[in-house]
Design a protein around this ligand. Structure first.
Ligand code: DCP
Length: 696
């Protein structure tokens, strides 16, 4: 649900830059003869000429649309050039488009904070640059204005053809304008200059919206395409939103927009102005109500986040009609392809950008024939991400099976086995999210763990061996490691329903319609998934550790690691990555410490899982009627929590304080369970992790 954020300042200068027919431009740059020609990029699927995914503006003039297939496009525009998207592993390979997007981002980020919103969209916060221009080089003092700037569209100015540019030129250089308008005018100059640089350096054209916030800038960037820019002065907002159909507003294209239309009779965003904030809150809750009230007034405080790299990676494929996958082995085969691509990109990101992803998510689109429950959607599933292609494949398959079991119901799943019992998969994707940069100050945390190692030689030995394995991401994830052999049973407790943000969905362009739909399949209440909490990950580790109670866990893990081809490859790769290796080594060391602590401490005292299932729900346990897996997990967690034997007093606060903030938070999260042994609540939000720890 959208959350309202108060406007940070009424004179920010925000731009949204959107590439024009992006994939087509990339292909035209590869094949110069296509320039200026009606061209479309078609999907990797030859049925009826393939589905169009990008259409050049020359082809659009003939009526060619993205919803068409190649054959249909040929009918309306016989001279159209159809270029097939590059292919790798039997599916579209979007790398050339991603790289082209990165080239553009590099240029756009020169003048202000830059947020890469999708493969071809960027937000810029140009406030500081605009303020500087207003002081040093105000538009009213300029002797000449570039053609690109006067070509701008300024909402609210009457554009009647002949003297439109004159009017725009005058608006941009007025000395009697308000400060707000002057800043926007500076923004228009800066964006025009950036767009020209993009054209010169990449040969790509783009369009832009310039406004006081992201929401308005995004609305404006698509208003005048291609290769143009649109300015939204404060005075034009009311008229703009008054005409904007409610479903066209970001976040209102789905159920909320439909409810506004049906329940409140709202047609345009401006129609919302007739409702008080209280009324909207009454209908849609406090947050959404306030967000709607603000949106109707063009108010949005959402910040441009500094992000030049994508915040997720994904790989997906659709299997329409007769191509639907109908057996688990066929799904496994495709998952394998998708995971290989995902793993390659993760590895590249790690080596190139020193970033690691934390969550693996599987989405699928499925159907069931002969079923009254056919509206039911295939649930998206997530788990902590383990690096290494084979591990990603293995986990993705387990996620799929967990999803399928939920989708079919346990009974049907069991009788179905690998046979086709009336289900089919029409879309499949895997994605990696929660990507963070490896903090630069990891040496300190490494020292910390090294100190710990000295007191525990067995752990030291284990960690040295383990460096040959794929890098592991967090203590909890290490604990659930089992030498690459996980079972559905062992993974199940930490499989959660996916909660990806908009950008995550947007980063999978080829399959993004599929993904967007799939991503709507969330738990009804975002905060009910215990598996998404940091604490829960620690407990999942313990859960796994319990299953390894025969003590062979570490030995097996090392042996598997040594035997694995992948482990050997990684070892070679790691030679040139000493810092990262050290980081992971230190992580492994610390993680193993926990494994050691766990296996030698109170785990044996924990009553079995089944003992707890019979206990009545307590105050902090899941309510009756919740899924049995979650209920089991909750009760299990409570018992295991005290088993973690790190003593916070052993940790020197000075050491903690000198760590980068991110690591401090992570360490605090590891330690927190000790402080709050009984605080797991299914209905509590992330905010609780920032509250002072309570001893209950
Ligand atoms: N894309 C895709 N599948 C879709 C939609 C888009 O693969 N269903 C890809 C191809 C597009 C790129 O993403 O070139 C960017 O999508 P946009 O929606 O921004 O559309 P274009 O850039 O193609 O055109 P426009 O100039 O209208 O923005």
């Amino acid at each position: 649900m959208p959350v309202s954020r108060p406007e940070l300042s009424d004179s920010r200068v925000i731009a949204h830059v959107d590439m024009d027919c992006f994939y087509v431009q990339v292909e035209q740059r590869k094949q110069q003869s296509l320039r200026g020609q009606p061209t479309a990029v078609v999907q990797y699927n030859s049925w009826q000429g393939g589905g169009l995914i990008a259409v050049s503006y020359e082809a659009r003039k003939f009526g060619v649309k993205r919803s068409m297939r190649g054959d249909e496009a040929k009918k309306v525009c016989p001279e159209i050039h159809l270029v097939q998207v590059p292919v790798a592993r039997g599916k579209a390979d979007l790398n050339s488009y991603r790289n082209a997007g990165s080239e553009v981002v590099t240029i756009l980020s020169r003048r202000g904070r830059c947020e890469r919103a999708s493969i071809d969209e960027v937000y810029l916060d140009l406030t500081i640059a605009a303020e500087a221009m207003l002081v040093d080089n105000p538009p009213e003092c300029l002797e000449t204005i570039s053609e690109e700037v006067v070509k701008s569209h300024v909402l609210g100015l009457e554009e009647d053809g002949s003297n439109a540019r004159e009017k725009v030129g005058h608006w941009l250089t007025r000395s009697d304008a308000s400060r707000r308008d002057k800043l926007l005018a500076c923004g228009a100059f800066i964006v025009a200059e950036l767009r020209l640089q993009v054209l010169e350096e990449t040969e790509f054209t783009c369009s832009a919206g310039i406004a006081h916030n992201k929401m308005l800038a995004k609305l404006a960037s698509g208003m005048n395409k291609p290769a143009q820019q649109t300015v939204v002065p404060f005075s034009s907002i009311c008229k703009l939103l008054g005409m904007l159909p409610i479903k066209k507003m970001k976040q209102l294209g789905g159920k909320l927009g439909t409810s506004l239309q049906i329940d409140l009779g709202v047609k345009t965003v401006g129609d919302l102005l007739q409702f008080s904030e209280e009324k909207l809150q009454e209908y849609y809750g406090v947050n959404t109500g306030s967000w709607l009230w603000n949106t109707a007034r063009g108010i949005s405080g959402e910040e441009v986040k500094e992000r030049l790299l994508p915040n997720s990676h994904g790989s997906g494929k659709t299997f329409p009609g007769p191509r639907a996958l109908k057996t688990v082995p066929s799904v496994e085969k495709w998952l394998s392809e998708l995971c290989e691509e995902l793993s390659e990109r993760l590895q590249f990101d790690l080596e190139q950008n020193k970033r690691i992803a934390h969550t693996l998510t599987l989405h699928a689109h499925a159907y069931k024939s002969n079923d009254i429950d056919s509206f039911k959607k295939f649930p998206s599933k997530s788990c902590p991400l383990r690096y290494g292609t084979s591990k990603i494949k293995e986990d993705a398959l387990i996620l799929f099976q967990a999803g399928l079991r939920e989708y079919l119901g346990l009974y049907n799943f069991k009788i179905s086995g690998n046979q086709n019992s009336g289900w089919g998969i029409t879309g499949l994707s895997v994605s990696a999210s929660k990507i963070i940069a490896i903090p630069s100050g990891t040496r300190s945390i490494m020292n910390y763990f090294h100190n710990q190692q000295e007191t525990c030689p067995q752990v030291k030995l284990s960690s040295e061996k383990l460096i040959q394995d794929a890098p592991l991401l967090s203590p909890s994830e290490n604990c659930i490691e089992n030498g690459g052999h996980m079972t559905l049973q062992s993974i199940e407790p930490w499989i959660s329903c996916s909660e990806e943000d908009e950008e995550t969905k947007h980063s999978l362009p080829l399959d993004r319609q599929l993904d967007k739909e799939m991503c709507k399949e969330k738990l009804p209440d975002k905060e009910t998934s215990i598996c998404s909490s940091p604490d829960a990950e620690v407990y999942r580790g313990w859960e796994k550790d319990q299953t390894e109670s025969n003590g062979d866990y570490l030995t097996e893990k090392i042996r598997d690691s040594l035997e694995s081809e992948e482990g050997k490859r990684k070892l070679n790769k790691e030679k040139g990555m000493s810092t990262i290796s050290r980081y992971f080594q230190s992580q492994n060391s610390g993680d193993l410490l926990k494994v050691e602590h766990a296996s030698t401490s109170k785990l044996s005292e924990s009553p079995s899982l089944s003992d707890h299932q019979s206990e009545p729900p307590q105050e902090n346990s899941p309510a009756r009627g919740e899924s049995s897996v979650d209920a089991r997990l909750c009760s299990h967690i409570k018992l295991k929590r005290p088993a973690w034997s790190y003593d916070i007093d052993e940790i020197d606060q000075d050491v903690l304080n000198e760590l980068p903030k991110q690591i401090q938070e992570e360490v605090q999260a590891w330690l927190r369970p000790q402080k709050r042994p009984h605080t797991v609540k299914r209905d509590s939000g992330i905010a609780r992790y920032f509250l002072p720890a309570k001893n209950k």
